[in-house]
Design a protein around this ligand. Structure first.
Ligand code: IVH
Length: 681
């Protein structure tokens, strides 16, 4: 193999450093130092160089954040140091009691400093850095054992893959703890998306963060834009590099090493300042772009922390001073039922308006009939509503005292309130559903989903147009969209001929959209756009997907049995099969086009290609090379013939090389083979 020019290595190092600095400035300091376009250009330059010299790729390269392969499961691992929980205090009096207690447990030390940090409502993570490189990211789990989710942790942009250890180069091992969380706007977007896909909503950003971290597909995690604040630094005792003598000092070091530390922190000389800090954030926290449910109060001195130690569950030197969840009583005026796109029938409490956490609340989801029965919520009841995670209002409990004498338990309708067809409730599911595919409620939702941006992206068909198309019975299935005429569209309110012509044109244009968008557009439960992409990478045509068994579908990385079952069932329905047939007739894409086919699956890159491997390769064993080719869909044979596409040649290749040369067959060395495998087309 040819040796690599030193300039190339130098440029790669330089690019990585520049990109790392730019990311740090952008994600951690919130102070960009580089235009997006410049970042993209440098990133591409690095990508190109790494493609050319795959042997120079390192795990901490900015290009390596998102792994290609989804996980099938996460390994359970033991934490080097357990992750403790925190004792709660709910007011300043309880905080004083806590202070008196810790003072009794140590020799009298007079004044003590406290560090106040915001308590981020997310999911705790333990990160391990070895020689500055992020090697492990583990969930809290039960505090003793957690799950190894390193692949997912690497996708979080504010977590550096390499620490800045300037001046600390000999620090072999560093453990960082902190909170991964979802900013509120992202949390809301995720819920909108989940609602569209017929999935249950996350009640609060904490659940959403935990659910995201446990996603098997790192691409989904990357897309969800988790963030991270570091709050604990552990340097093993043996590493006598420094003396971290206080929590405040730890926070400074974490920041210097390149981790994001929440800027809202305070070093307080006494409990008085702690109380003021807590009161200040009680209202101010509502202006933050993330959720906090309290203030964590920690004794600043490390030696005091060591003296006090831990109980079975908590450190004695820290306490979580929590904000009470906002709750208020109000009266249930009605229980309405809503039919969603997937036919899910959700009961909704319509209540006398009440002020909660700065907003007026008059509706709260009651989730499903099981939940209503469990709480026994009736029309006329006085209930306590709470903003779960200060976001989604929910009914917490019923106050039985003021219940009027004539109330009746709520009964879920046996028939869909929109189409009047009987509803179903599978025994093992909490949700009641309308299963009539021509139910106007389902139809409207299905069309809105079909035309949406990530699906067929048909601009100009909004909620109002959909409503009229369904109400006037011009459209009874998404396939009808492709038969709409200008005259029919002109029947709609505020629709002139010019607009109608344009709309027919836009609809016709959507026939060019990819198979993956079409699959997503069909609105199969649990099939979001990423899942649709994953499925269409494997199943190149709809016929392949229709004939797939649940086990074939579930065998794909990142696809669980729930998704597989849902996809399988959907394609079993004869109504759905006729829909596909109609859409196929209309000219929609149900197969990957030749351009996408090659682009689509790096795993199937060598599909239809025949290889011969000969000679001794520099690093791979012959069998390993064969395996790599086969995994990429290629065929490996023993002898060279006209049908051979490539011969991979190592040292001392004999007659096979000569034959390949006579036949004019493409020759590859090991590096070129690896490069081809890496290539993203
Ligand atoms: S310190 C032994 N600091 O709150 C130290 N925890 O209810 C324990 N949390 O499991 C953790 N923000 O997930 C600490 N600034 C902060 C925090 C914080 C959020 C979480 C953490 C912990 C939970 C305890």
């Amino acid at each position: 193999m040819s040796s690599i020019e030193p300039e190339v290595k130098q440029r790669i190092t330089e690019l990585r450093k520049l990109l790392q600095q730019a990311s740090y400035a952008y994600y951690v300091l919130d102070n960009p130092i580089m235009e997006d376009a410049v970042y993209d250009r440098l990133y591409r330059e690095l990508q190109d160089l790494e493609l050319q010299y795959p042997q120079l790729i390192t795990v901490d390269s900015p290009t390596q954040r998102v792994g290609e392969k989804p996980a099938t499961h996460f390994n359970s691992v033991r934490h080097n140091i357990p992750l403790y929980s925190l004792e709660n205090a709910f007011n300043v009096d309880e905080l004083k009691t806590w202070e008196q207690r810790w003072r009794r447990q140590t020799s009298d030390i007079g004044a003590a400093e406290y560090v106040c940090e915001l308590k981020i409502d997310g999911s705790a993570l333990a990160l391990t850095y070895e020689n500055g490189i992020l090697v492990r990211g583990v969930t809290r789990g039960d505090g003793v054992m957690g799950e190894d989710i390193t692949q997912n942790v690497r996708t979080i942009r504010s977590i550096p893959l390499r620490l800045n250890l300037d001046g600390w180069e000999n620090l072999q091992r560093v453990e960082v703890r902190g909170e991964a969380f979802l900013p509120l706007d992202i949390f809301e977007q995720i819920n909108v998306e989940r609602q569209k896909n017929g999935e249950s909503l996350f009640a609060n950003p904490r659940n959403a963060a935990a659910g995201t971290l446990r996603q098997l597909n790192p691409k989904v995690v990357h897309q969800r834009k988790l963030d991270f604040f570091a709050y604990t630094l552990h340097i093993p005792d043996s590493e006598e590099v420094t003396i971290v003598n206080s929590q405040w000092h730890s926070l400074e070091l974490l920041q210097r090493m390149g981790l994001q530390v929440n800027p809202n922190k305070c070093l307080c000389p006494s409990l008085q300042e702690v109380a003021e800090y807590y009161q200040y954030w009680d209202t101010e926290r509502l202006n933050l772009p993330y959720m906090t449910d309290g203030v964590v109060v920690k004794l600043n001195s490390s030696s005091l922390q060591t003296q006090l130690g831990f109980t079975q569950k908590f450190p004695r030197w820290a306490v979580a001073l929590k904000y009470a969840a906002e709750e208020a009583p109000t009266r249930v005026e009605n229980i309405a039922v809503n039919v969603g796109r997937t036919g899910a029938i959700t009961p909704l409490a319509e209540m006398h308006p009440v002020q909660l956490a700065g907003t007026t609340v008059s509706r709260a989801t009651l989730h499903n009939s099981d939940r209503i029965a469990q709480l026994d919520i009736r029309i006329g009841d006085t209930v306590i509503v709470r903003k779960a995670g200060e976001i989604i209002p929910e009914v917490v409990r019923v106050l039985l005292e003021p219940r009027p004498p004539d109330t009746q338990p709520f009964v879920m309708p046996t028939h869909c309130p929109v189409c009047g067809q009987p509803v179903v409730k599978p025994i093992d599911e909490a949700v009641t559903r309308c299963v009539n595919t021509s139910c106007p409620a389902i139809l409207k939702g299905a069309i809105e989903h079909w035309v949406s941006r990530d699906a067929l992206d048909i601009r100009g068909i909004g909620e109002k147009v959909v409503q009229q198309l369904v109400d006037k019975e011009l459209v009874n299935s998404v396939a009808d969209l492709y038969e709409l005429t200008v005259e029919q569209l002109c029947e709609l309110e505020r629709m002139g001929e010019k607009l109608a012509v344009k709309l027919v044109d836009v609809i016709a244009n959507s026939k060019k959209q990819s198979w993956s968008r079409v699959l997503y557009g069909l609105g199969i439960r649990h099939v979001g756009n990423i899942t649709a992409q994953t499925l269409t990478k494997k199943f190149m045509t709809v016929e392949q997907l229709v004939s797939a068994k649940v086990t074939d579908i579930a065998a794909i990385y990142g696809i669980g049995t729930e998704i597989a079952e849902s996809v399988y069932q959907w394609f079993q329905s004869s109504a759905n099969q006729s829909l596909i047939a109609r859409l196929q007739c209309a000219g929609l894409q149900f197969a990957n086009s030749p351009e996408t086919e090659t682009a689509i699956d790096t795993n199937q890159k060598f599909a239809g290609k025949t290889f011969v491997v000969t000679g001794t390769l520099p690093t791979l064993k012959r069998n390993e090379a064969k395996e790599l080719i086969q995994k990429a869909g290629g065929k490996v044979t023993d002898s060279v013939s006209k049908k051979t596409d490539y011969v991979v040649v190592g040292a001392d290749a004999g007659s096979k090389l000569t034959k390949a040369q006579t036949l004019g067959i493409n020759l590859l060395n090991e590096a070129q083979l690896l490069e081809l495998l890496q290539e993203e087309i």
